[in-house]
Design a protein around this ligand. Structure first.
Ligand code: PNS
Length: 186
């Protein structure tokens, strides 16, 4: 019997517990699952592709049939390159459906033999997205329980210098303004 290889493409900036939940589910139904990080030159990411790949490699090290890779260009072309016959995507809420349906049908138009498989993450992650995690973390909110500890630490390491700078600017603004001496006319 032939092996069923699936790719799980995405930005993963940063990886969340929702992504990991889906990777775990995918690893149970596919023989091999390739977590494929898009190298997107148009987006200014919070974490570089190398950083995201390193995080995902650590986070998935216990799954023998999961590996991490990066790609650019079309997802369908990458799928062919790694002999995948399925694309795994997560659907959290109805709002995801339209975009995901468009992508799945476009991918089907490009490669009719490539099947998209949708899976739902645990309902406790149904509101979770990398974009919200970035936003909350950047504004100093807690993201505990929403991302793995490793990602939480990486977010702090990335954002703490920005917080310190912000606090410094706020403190500076509170200081009484020094009066400048009137200039003598020459
Ligand atoms: O995590 P994201 O940002 O929702 O992932 C989107 C992704 C990477 C799956 C999508 O942007 C993609 O497939 N990009 C590669 C280029 C491509 O194939 N575009 C046509 C998609 S129909």
């Amino acid at each position: 019997m032939h092996k069923v290889i699936a790719i799980y493409p995405g930005s993963f900036d940063p990886p969340t517990n929702g992504h990991l939940d889906l990777i775990q589910r995918g690893s149970r139904i596919f023989d091999e699952l390739v977590v494929a990080i898009l190298r997107n030159p148009e987006k200014a990411p919070l974490f570089s592709v190398t950083e995201r790949a390193a995080m995902l490699e650590t986070l998935t090290k216990d799954y023998a049939n999961v590996r991490v890779d990066t790609f650019d260009g079309l997802t369908v072309d990458y799928a062919v390159k790694v002999n995948a016959t399925c694309v795994l995507r997560g659907i959290r809420a109805v709002s995801d459906y339209e975009y995901e349906l468009q992508m799945a049908l476009m991918n089907r138009k490009l490669r009719p033999d490539l099947e998209t498989v949708f899976m739902m993450p645990a309902d406790k992650y149904s509101y979770l997205s990398s974009r919200l995690v970035r936003e909350v973390a950047q504004l100093g909110g807690s993201i505990q329980g929403l991302v793995p500890e490793l990602v939480d630490q990486s977010l702090h390491a990335r954002l703490d210098p920005a917080y310190k700078l912000r606090d410094l600017v706020v403190e500076e603004a509170k200081l009484p303004k020094r009066k400048s001496k009137p200039r003598k006319k020459s």
